[in-house]
Design a protein around this ligand. Structure first.
Ligand code: NDP
Length: 457
């Protein structure tokens, strides 16, 4: 055993880094272990490179409408340039994460940690043990592949960020966040893109108007959707991959990508042997302070499977540090989490869906659809959708759903009044900013329709 630590964090992603830095700021002796790159999924192969790629893909839409504003554009796209510039930015961010950890006095150990006891962690490469008061597991998750013949021929989002060349066509299985965001990216960059989904409508769990709005917009952008179908087998077919679907249809694709969900990284670092309790979904079970069933072991972020979102992991990491190292027990409130799907069209959402809200008493729905101004001079027919859901009694806003340009930026700001419990009247007091799409949220007059006793009127 070396010098005792107050905290050993396993995993230098969003949640782990925030917890480590804050704990160190509160005077704790902290080490953070990372076997890959500092920054975690979000920075290295998730949110950040994804958003950069989404920006790249959206130029296609801008070029499409450019002529209607008098521009003539002869644009060419170079994939290696995008990948190289993305890598440069990721390296810059990683260096910033390292610098911030070091500035806070956190020791960064580039090694894999195995939890060998409630207060001890073994370093695999170094072959030594760390003695610590607390352990924070922040190991995130990983992209999975379905268990089908030929699955090894397919890629996940990990590989999609670093392809040597763009394929001529791609089949993406899964119609959640990652499937739709990467379909947006590939289609925008000129790849013939097909999404295959086992259900009958994309984005399960989202408001129905978001689901139909994104579906229609993506189809208008040339993306093909195959519903109620899965990939049964895959095999090499020249330079392509031949895919057999569950309905026996066979078709070749330049690449196949699985976006069928992410699993928490819980295996092979000692937790099983210690008896750390898992949820039925295989994530680490924690209480509202992120504590596991072992009092000295905590867990935050995707490995706990609460809400697999970077800002949630960061909030959980901060609350952990407050609770354990600042004598300020802080539970994380995940009752109102705004989120966005960076597809094209973009979708953003907070609070209850219409279907959920209709089971919560009498509600009013304010809904508008229109062509965003950027498209009005062109033939592009893609529409925007903005929806507010309010309680009939008192007008409290309990849901907001947006599809279209700027949806993510808008929902971030709607999250503030909603967290304060704002009502429709509070929204109405705001004077509109004109001409914007967001002004629709403060200028709704009468409800578009209502639910009374669960029935739509
Ligand atoms: P999601 O859970 O969002 O979507 C998975 C998709 O794959 C769903 O359409 C699901 O269908 C389908 N699916 C699951 N299992 C199978 C299977 N065995 N065979 C066929 N289809 C299957 O996961 P993602 O991978 O898209 O993303 C993982 C998480 O990462 C998200 O939940 C999100 O929290 C986070 N994330 C957030 C982003 C953001 O904030 N913008 C961006 C990217 C990721 P069904 O609907 O029927 O279950």
């Amino acid at each position: 055993m070396g010098q005792p630590y107050d905290l050993v964090v396993i995993g230098a992603g969003s949640g782990g880094v925030r917890a480590a830095r804050m704990a160190a700021t509160y005077g704790a002796k902290v080490a953070i272990l990372e076997e890959y790159r500092v920054g975690g999924t979000c920075v290295i192969r998730g949110c950040v490179p994804k958003k950069l790629f989404v920006y790249a893909s959206r130029f296609a839409d801008m070029f499409e409408v450019a002529e209607s504003f008098g521009w003539q554009v002869d644009a060419k796209f170079d994939w290696p340039t995008l990948v190289a510039n993305k890598d440069k930015e990721i390296a810059r961010l990683e260096a910033a994460y390292v610098a911030n950890l070091e500035k806070a006095g956190v020791e960064i150990i580039r090694d894999r940690g195995i939890v060998t006891g409630p207060n001890s962690v073994h370093l695999v490469k170094a072959g030594r043990d760390l003695d610590t008061r607390f352990i924070l597991v922040a190991t995130g998750g990983h992209a999975g592949k379905p268990d089908i013949p030929g699955a090894e021929l397919g890629i996940t989002s990990n590989e999609a960020f670093n392809l040597e060349a763009l394929p001529h066509s791609i089949l993406i299985e899964g119609a959640g966040y990652i499937g739709l965001e990467f379909a947006t990216i590939f289609a925008g960059l000129g790849v013939k893109t097909t999404v295959i989904y086992r259900g009958d409508r994309i984005l399960r769990g989202f408001d129905e108007d978001v689901r139909t709005g994104v579906d229609a917009g993506m189809q208008e952008r040339g993306i093909k959707f195959i519903y109620e179908t899965t990939i049964r087998t895959m095999r090499k077919f020249g330079d392509d991959i031949e895919v057999t679907f569950s309905d026996d249809v066979v078709a070749p694709f330049g690449a196949v990508m699985f976006a069928t969900g992410r699993q928490p990284n819980v295996a092979n670092f000692g937790l099983e042997a210690l008896g750390v309790r898992l949820t039925p979904m295989g994530a680490i079970a924690v209480d509202e302070y992120s504590r596991t069933n072992l009092p000295s072991i905590y867990a935050v972020g995707d490995v706990t499977g609460r809400a697999n979102l970077t800002p949630v992991a960061i909030r959980e990491g901060a609350a952990f540090a407050e609770t354990v190292f600042n004598d300020n027990p802080t539970a994380v409130d995940l009752s109102l989490v705004a989120t966005a799907v960076f597809a094209e069209p973009e979708a953003a959402t907070i609070g209850l869906t219409e279907v959920e809200a209709a089971t919560h008493g009498d509600i009013d729905i304010y809904l508008t659809r229109f062509r965003p101004m950027i498209n009005t001079l062109s033939l592009k027919s893609q529409r925007m959708m903005l929806k507010l859901i309010t309680l009939a009694d008192g007008g409290k806003v309990i849901g907001c759903h947006i599809v279209g340009p700027g949806a993510a930026e808008m929902i971030q700001l709607v999250a503030v009044p909603m967290a304060m419990g704002a009502s429709k009247a509070d929204f109405d007091r705001a004077i509109a900013v004109h001409p914007t799409a967001a002004e629709e949220l403060v200028t709704f007059k009468a409800p578009t329709y209502r639910y009374r006793n669960g029935a739509k009127l």
